[in-house]
Design a protein around this ligand. Sequence first.
Ligand SMILES: C=C(O[C@@H]1C=C(C(=O)O)C=C[C@H]1O)C(=O)O
Length: 361
Amino acid sequence: MDDSLQARLLPLRQRIDTLDEQILELLNQRAATAQEVGKIKQEFDEDGPVLKPEREAMVIRRLQQLNKGPFTPEAIDAVWAQIISTCRGLESVLTVAYLGPQGSFSEQAALEHFGHAIKRLRCSSFDEVFRAVEAGQANVGVVPVENSTEGAVNRTLDLFLSSPLKVLGERSIKIHHNLMTRSGTLEGVTRILAHPQALAQCQGWLSRNHPELPCDAASSNGEAARLASEDPTVAAIAGTMAAHAWDLQIVASGIQDDPQNRTRFLAIGPIETLPTGNDQTSIILAVPNRAGAVYDMLAPLAANGVSMTRLESRPARTGQWEYYFYVDLIGHRNEPPVARALEELKKEVAFFKVLGSYPRQ
Ligand SMILES: C=C(O[C@@H]1C=C(C(=O)O)C=C[C@H]1O)C(=O)O
């Protein structure tokens, strides 16, 4: 019985070994080719960016379209993110800034988007992420912009207003929260720590299950986990990456009120992204305080057949009930319908800023 099992498995395992050798050979050919691309880019523009977000998105999409399975589209995305990351890293290693410490959801988003062959610059606030990229300490940054339960991440929206950085990409990830402690129980625990966004995403569960424990804000969920690793009276809410990073045990998992809870992150940097054929454009607008102003603001979009996928408003901090509107549109700013709509829009509004056009995820 056992022998016949082995006899059937052996040739298949030999075949897998042979295929792996072929994959390895091809990966090395790919890496060497990317290095050649890198040399040409250098000759052309010594300080130019190595990262080409539009090219990376198109490489992955093309393969997803060609794919016949059983390898899944998600697996293509995950595997090629690593392949591209490594190839890019052989040209020049990308430094990515995001809200740390180790194990934060921002870290997860940064790794999923740019792969593991990056230099990690962990920051202690979103402000610091923007500053690090603006100052050139990092090539790009990754910041959360909206959550499916809690809505906009307001600090990120406010920082975009005055930053010269462009949006280069988006990455939405599932956010599963867990309650974790050093011991794996709540014995001796006197308070719960988490980022305010995470507390808000778990407020139903917390009020039903632990109304007795006070909740305090931490600068990130990773930081909450780090503090819990030092203090047995603290329980943290964070992702499983943080539990591994800080050697914590999970007391309760999946405690977010919405099981489908997701957060959308944006990649930001000092470069413009070219059209890929499936892009999105993010802009900020402000309108004068008069009747019909918001209608006039949106009319050029409808007139040019441009779809709006998101509209968010933030107070302009003038004390006059004036607002900035954050709008996401389908299409790239260089494509005629969007270009025309933006030209017309500019004439209607009191403030206009394009945050960037970037590949849709
Ligand atoms: C190889 C290149 O450089 C980088 C690496 C890429 C890759 O490995 O596919 C794609 C785009 C760039 O970010 C390129 O520009 O084509």
